[in-house]
Design a protein around this ligand. Sequence first.
Ligand SMILES: *Cc1c(COP(=O)(O)O)cnc(C)c1O
Length: 415
Amino acid sequence: MNHDQVREVDPAVADALEGEVDRQRESLQMIASENHVSEAVLDAQGSALTNKYAEGYPGERYYGGCEYADEVEQLAIDRAAELFGAEHINVQPHSGTQANQAVYFAMVEPGDKILSLDLTHGGHLSHGHPANFTGQLYEVEQYEVDPETGYLDYDGLADHAAEFEPDIIVSGYSAYPREIEWERIQTVANDVDALHLADIAHITGLVAAGVHPSPVGVADFVTGSTHKTIRSGRGGIVMTSDEYADDIDAAVFPGGQGGPLMHNIAGKAVGFKEALEPSFEDYAARTIANAKALGESLSENGFSLVSGGTDNHLVLVDLRDSHPDTTGGDAEEALEEAGIVLNGNTVPGETRSAFDPSGIRAGTPGLTTRGFDEDDCRTVGDLITRVVDSPDDEAVIEDVREEVAVLCEENPLYD
Ligand SMILES: *Cc1c(COP(=O)(O)O)cnc(C)c1O
């Protein structure tokens, strides 16, 4: 993949773009929120639709010349409807955060109450963190996972909700390795007369493929990111029932955004078409099998996994038991040097800080896209172990980097 046209105009940017392709090819992308889209999705995202203003919705635009924009957006909506079965779908949010923003803007007023999972327990900034607009506009309290098991504490959530009486309960997480029981959270929301926003950002692809239970038809609102497990390019999506359709559409545009990113909506349409193929269900199932294999390998090598394992695409390692002197940041840095890219992450009961956390989070969506199987992922678990056991040993890092290169060659990307 070269960028000849960019190179003619701007060699500096072309160097960086080609450098990025090589970086993705030659190292293991294990950031759990990342993936590799197909060249068809890249092609759609690089299309002339980036030129088009299409404020409004298909058939009701504020600008002329929207016939192809209409076609593309309607295809994205129809395919999402087939994937998720939602009554109403808006594919315009620029990202998952903007999808959440639309739900809050439509349904709650400044000062209203949000109950969401604590960030250090796996939540997301857009669920009420003080640094995010949600933490500044709304009154936020947070629930937690059970510190013993690492699983969501549904009874604790029910007690907290009864006491706090939130207007909206947010579920769906950034670093939670277990299946989410949407109905149990919905029951809590019903009992306290709260709305329920299920944010499936990380697991949008797993839900689409049917390998994780769907909150569609359970929660009032379902938001997602389109660039994570569903592999459809950067963006967001909101799904709801007919009851809230007009409110959500108005909150996306003109409420929170201007012109839609039509080239990204084309990417979503193409990615969703790919996700409707039977091979995508297989991809999603292999992503989970690979995460389980990675988790088993790490456990066998002495690491503690939050909740003891995984049901989805990621594992969360608590380094405090096995490597008390190594922070998540230290591990992240040494692993990156060895060609394994993942992130330091907070863990439930965090005793350090978000900048210097006690865990690492590792996901298999990207590796699975480039063809890694369970044996490969067990090997990756061994490689991670060798580096984290000796983060300052240059010889170990060099050795592991060579083994990473072999795995990358066996599983080519964008060739
Ligand atoms: C990734 C993520 C989002 C959306 O993030 P964007 O970067 O704005 O797309 C929202 N919620 C959760 C739980 C996430 O993990």
